[in-house]
Write a protein that binds this ligand. Structure first.
Ligand SMILES: Nc1ncnc2c1ncn2[C@@H]1O[C@H](COP(=O)(O)OP(=O)(O)OP(=O)(O)O)[C@@H](O)[C@H]1O
Ligand SMILES: [Mg+2]
Length: 331
């Protein structure tokens, strides 16, 4: 069945990094969709392959050492993995824009904010009714920067971390993309500013009807903004579904562990839970289910068999055939 509302469909993507003596399977058969006007979160611990997945969509994985080993990335009906670098350049910025974690490293310290936003606007198309300067002011207003005239003359170091991240978002919005990929854009910010940036993403999605693929390790962020969520572990999707289903009824032991590690008022004074062990090195993943060494529910088969996806209905899937054996439909 085809779904006309799907804007981006990543299908069985495999991205490996080869070195002289090992092959790191960083992304190992990952599939996810982003529909039009939807905010989707990709969540998981450090090293599970979130950034590599995002960079693959934009054709930004350095090859070598990286290698797209298989899969398709279908955006607006075309497989991006088959496009030339020239064609990809048109997609980047015009149709898909990316906002990275650390705006100081993405902004050029020797140019003013106006220089950098103008550059982003100029590269990307379109006959404008407003002048470049007017457009820069409007973009800064759109992302909630006060006194935009003054800010345009500033250099990046003169802005706060939150303002710099807003500038990065303004640059991403400059060309009216269909999809914004945001890779941990708030991790370097304090919680108040973090909340403001999340609110801004919410406003952008509603007002400009863009799709957002938001990458985070923080389930709190997921709860705040995502329509749907994909939980990633060791290069695979462990669980996926509507945000409320994942929070109310997590079916994968990894998701359950992440939820149990969330701080809350009711856990005040008690020791916070953390999932024992660590994410495996993608070059030396255990056989069977990659989560089994850390899993409190593992069965003998988990040591040897790669787990199937189990379908719990309404788009809620979990890659664990053990925990709810009777309830899910194995696919
Ligand atoms: N250029 C590279 N060469 C070799 N290995 C790489 C390269 N880039 C990424 N990897 C490996 O791929 C795995 C996934 O990395 P990735 O950056 O996607 O993780 P992540 O989920 O984004 O983590 P984080 O939350 O820390 O940003 C890691 O083990 C990483 O070491
Ligand atoms: Mg990352």
């Amino acid at each position: 069945m085809t779904d006309n509302h799907i804007l981006l469909s990543v299908q069985d993507l495999k991205v490996y990094f080869r070195s002289a003596d090992a092959c790191a399977r960083a992304v190992d058969g990952v599939s996810f969709d982003v529909r039009k006007k939807e905010t989707v979160c990709l969540v998981g611990e450090s090293g599970c392959g979130k950034t590599v997945s995002a960079l693959s969509i934009l054709g930004l994985v350095a090859t070598p050492p990286g290698e797209i080993q298989g899969g398709r990335i279908v955006f607006a009906g075309q497989n991006l993995l088959e496009l030339s670098e020239n064609e990809m350049q048109k997609i980047r910025g015009n149709h898909i824009a990316m906002v990275f974690q650390e705006p100081l490293t993405s902004l050029n310290p020797v140019f003013t904010i106006e220089d950098q936003i103008s550059e982003a606007v100029r590269i990307h198309k379109k006959i404008e009714t407003e002048s470049l300067h007017e457009k820069c002011i409007r973009l800064l207003k759109d992302v909630g920067i006060s006194d935009p005239e003054q800010r345009l003359e500033d250099y990046p170091h003169q802005l706060s971390g939150g303002q710099r991240q807003r500038v990065m978002i303004a640059m991403a919005l400059a060309c009216d993309p269909d999809l914004i990929i945001a890779d941990e854009p708030t991790t370097a910010l304090d919680v108040t500013v973090q909340a403001q940036i999340l609110e801004l993403f919410g406003a952008i999605q509603t007002k400009q009807s863009m799709s957002i693929l938001y990458i985070t390790h923080d389930l709190g962020v997921v709860a705040a903004i995502a329509d749907r969520v994909y939980v990633m572990y060791a290069g695979m999707i462990a669980e996926q579904g509507k945000t409320e289903h994942i929070f109310r009824n997590a079916r994968h032991p990894y998701t359950q562990g992440l939820l149990a590690s969330l701080p809350s008022l009711s856990k005040r004074g008690k020791r916070l839970y953390s999932i024992p062990g660590a994410v495996p090195d993608p070059a030396y993943k255990p056989a069977g289910c990659p989560f089994h060494p850390r899993c409190p529910h593992k069965a003998p088969s988990c040591h040897t068999e790669y787990p199937n996806m189990c379908d719990y209905g309404q788009g809620h899937l979990a890659r664990c055939p053990i925990l709810f054996q009777d309830k899910g439909r194995h696919i």
